[in-house]
Design a protein. Sequence first.
Length: 275
Amino acid sequence: MAIITISRQMGSGGIPVAHKVAETLGYTLIDGETIVAAAEAYGLSAEAVEEADEKPPHFVDKLDTKQILDLHLIELIILEYALKGNVIIYGRGGQDLLNEIKSKLRIRIIAPFEDRVERWAEREWLDPDRARYLVRKSDQQRGGFIKYYFDRDWDDPLHYDLTINTQHLSEEMAVQLICSAIKDSNLAESRSECKKKLNDLILRKRLEIAIISDGGIDPYLLEIKVKGGVAFLDGQVHSQEEKRKTIKLANNLDGIDQVQDAIKVVEYRTNPAEH
């Protein structure tokens, strides 16, 4: 039940490589088009996907809450596709989302900045200065997205199993390297074990979505894990009512058989003079 995740720099040639790998292996490519096509079934519009997809937060509470909810829905789409097996997750923090899955190959596709600018200008028929701005902006957005949501340095090579510099290597060689690497026995994990982990990740994501959607629970300091149908709730909320609602949402979620509660209630100090 192998899974390939591809992290790419704009203009590095990641798009055609991903498509050719998918075609060669017979895998399903989960990219922006795939997510948009599935979005309506999850209550997402194409515009909402565009606004949340691989973007760092706005740091405006109302906008951030909606963006984070939409991001969780995008992640749910990715996880449910991954459950089917033999997929390529293109960008979107796929390797972080599947951190617990052993049978994944983490690919990074890069090229020098000016090479990428030239390629993007040619591909999109852009003025080079405009292409340079867009490539730099893309690097900043994607790097910021990974850092904020997954606390990881996007450029750290230790987070990838195979990094491919396309400055001189052809698309065909990049495809060949990836198709060979996915066969490595070190990536082996039984299909049943992988599906168990993915089902737990899906349940966790659905619970996170339910909590954010509630609107009356501050989700940012909650810690949620699901294993074998058991939800482990930790972290903190700001009232007994928030804690009660969180536990109720977990108990009511299909697929969760038991809830282990270790949530702490830490109330806001509304008036420092009273303390």
